[in-house]
Design a protein around this ligand. Sequence first.
Ligand SMILES: Nc1ncnc2c1ncn2[C@@H]1O[C@H](COP(=O)(O)OP(=O)(O)OP(=O)(O)O)[C@@H](O)[C@H]1O
Length: 320
Amino acid sequence: MIEVRGLSMRYGRTLAVDDLTCTVKPGLVTGFLGPNGAGKSTTMRAVLGLEVPASGEALVDGRPYASLRRPMRTMGALLDAGAVHGGRSARDHLGCLARSNGIDRARVTAVLDQVGLTDVAGKRIGGFSLGMKQRLGMAAALLGDPAVLMFDEPLNGLDPEGIRWLRGLLRSLADEGRTVLLSSHLMNEMALTADHVIVIGRGRLIADAAMNALAAHFQGDVLVRTRHPERLTAIMRAHGGTVVAADDGARVARSAALSAALSVRGLDASEIGVLALSQGIALVELTPRAASLEEAFMRLTEDSTEYRSESGTTPKETVR
Ligand SMILES: Nc1ncnc2c1ncn2[C@@H]1O[C@H](COP(=O)(O)OP(=O)(O)OP(=O)(O)O)[C@@H](O)[C@H]1O
């Protein structure tokens, strides 16, 4: 388990992490999401004890990482896949790590196999692609067979096959009961990878929710096009619908040119159709629209920016 409690991190005048509290639980793949500069890497560095917090703390299995007796056996991390000695072979690199951490040499062979690098284990790391370096970084993180794993943007540089492989690996690690945290700034990628998401914006917690709860929270709307928007809006509101003018877009058919587009939430398409019929209102279009998680993410992180510009503070909105 990883616990972050009231963590704040500063770089000079920049408050990179602002009173962040969250828990990463075992048995789940947890996505750590936020736009560029949100504070994900800084939080991960704090978890590894690489930065000193301005306040608060980050604990791994109940203890600060720096105080762990055998850190690599408790937690494996990959922050920067490029930060390896290019002159060594993959096997030598892992062998050195194993030796200096008192880890059985047999683990080197095991993790090389686990990440699919056995065939190139004797080659110099300098000639590795970014995807291969990501796999090597994974191997190093797995070397101590730790119960907690943390990866910063591990999907970067992987081709589609590599991404599929990594998703399978993360799933199997979580299924073994390990704690798995990975960061990304791409919500759609995370939707296919994570069971749970922690979203931050400008260093503050925006959402901490199961992936399916987040998807349900951001259900899509129904696009309704009619020549009688006022009457239809009134009847839909009377029946619990939330109605706003919809973005008409550029692709309005000529037959719909005189109509207005409405975005409706709280009523489904069939309910809207029945209400329109009951009032004798013709509909030009009735389209349920699914919100992608990428949109949900944009809306979540936009909210934090909006509040900031209005009041100078960002609220802690936890979607549950
Ligand atoms: N070494 C540093 N010195 C000064 N400022 C820094 C340093 N590292 C990060 N920052 C600042 O702290 C904030 C958080 O950065 P961080 O790298 O943690 O965000 P991130 O969510 O990981 O972003 P990305 O997705 O771009 O990696 C940003 O405003 C960034 O400019």
